[in-house]
Design a protein around this ligand. Structure first.
Ligand SMILES: O=c1ccn([C@@H]2O[C@H](COP(=O)(O)O)[C@@H](O)[C@H]2O)c(=O)[nH]1
Length: 239
């Protein structure tokens, strides 16, 4: 896989028309993320749009509920034949285990390949300060994210979502077969926005990320195609 195929572009737009416009504008992007805004707006129709164009799909619905409900949602989502699916590690062990089993069952029902199920360790918009003072978590941030990733791995998940700042530590502790997907990635020339823990694309890949989720540095740029090409060129220069 070349570095360009390791970039996932989030379709954080309001409707199907806006999503199709982005997909067509960025024709060399192979992997797209459908998140809460677009899926709530279009439902599964957008997944068919992406499949008909042979795109890979990260369905980032970040489930967070009791074990029975999470398992039901994962079973249903796995039937869509997507490549990646998320839930929050903070659902707890029982829910993570039930979710891991449910994606296998859902995919088997539909005769599709099961998605890689990956757990959110700690949203990349949150800082150490917020972890301590708002969420009242009495662990240092690196230790907390590692605990979340190890719990997900123990419960049979395929990987975790983490910020690029923690990815080297997670890679070292979770091994090479555990998928690490990093949002919060920012080229030096892009605004951080609401991302609290970020590194550049080259730094994130060098630290051990399998995939980078890069949205607004591309989609909010004056020329999204140029921003995409610039990121790809920066990665080629260091890989
Ligand atoms: O911890 C997380 C989990 C998911 N995301 C999602 O990634 C993209 C990032 O978009 P940018 O525009 O590059 O900030 C977005 O869809 C988030 O929902 C995340 O940022 N952090």
């Amino acid at each position: 896989m070349n570095a360009q195929e390791q970039i996932i572009l989030p379709l954080d737009v309001a409707d199907e028309q806006a999503a199709i416009a982005l997909i067509e504008q960025l024709e060399s992007v192979t992997f797209f993320k459908v998140g809460l805004e677009l899926f709530t707006s279009t439902g599964p129709k957008i997944l068919e749009v992406l499949k008909s164009r042979q795109k890979r799909i990260f369905l980032d619905l970040k489930f967070h509920d009791i074990p029975n409900t999470v398992a039901g949602a994962c079973r249903a989502a796995a039937r869509y034949g997507v490549d990646l699916l998320t839930l929050h590690a903070t659902c707890g062990k029982e829910a993570l285990k039930a979710a891991a089993e449910a994606v296998q069952a859902g995919a088997a029902d539909a005769g599709v390949k099961p998605p890689k199920l990956i757990a959110i360790t700690l949203l990349t918009s949150l800082s150490s300060r917020q972890l301590a003072f708002e969420l009242k978590i009495p662990l240092e941030l690196p230790e907390y994210t590692l605990e979340m990733a190890l719990m997900a791995q123990e419960m049979g998940l395929d990987g975790a979502v983490c910020s690029p700042v923690e990815v080297a530590q997670l890679r070292q502790s979770c091994g090479d077969d555990f998928l690490l997907v990093c949002p919060g990635v920012r080229p030096t020339w892009a605004q951080k926005g609401d991302q609290a823990r970020s590194l550049t694309p080259a730094q994130a890949l060098a630290a051990g990320a399998n995939y980078l989720v890069i949205g607004r540095p591309i989609t909010a740029a004056a020329d999204p195609e140029l921003a995409w090409k610039r990121i790809c060129e920066e990665l080629v220069a260091v890989t």
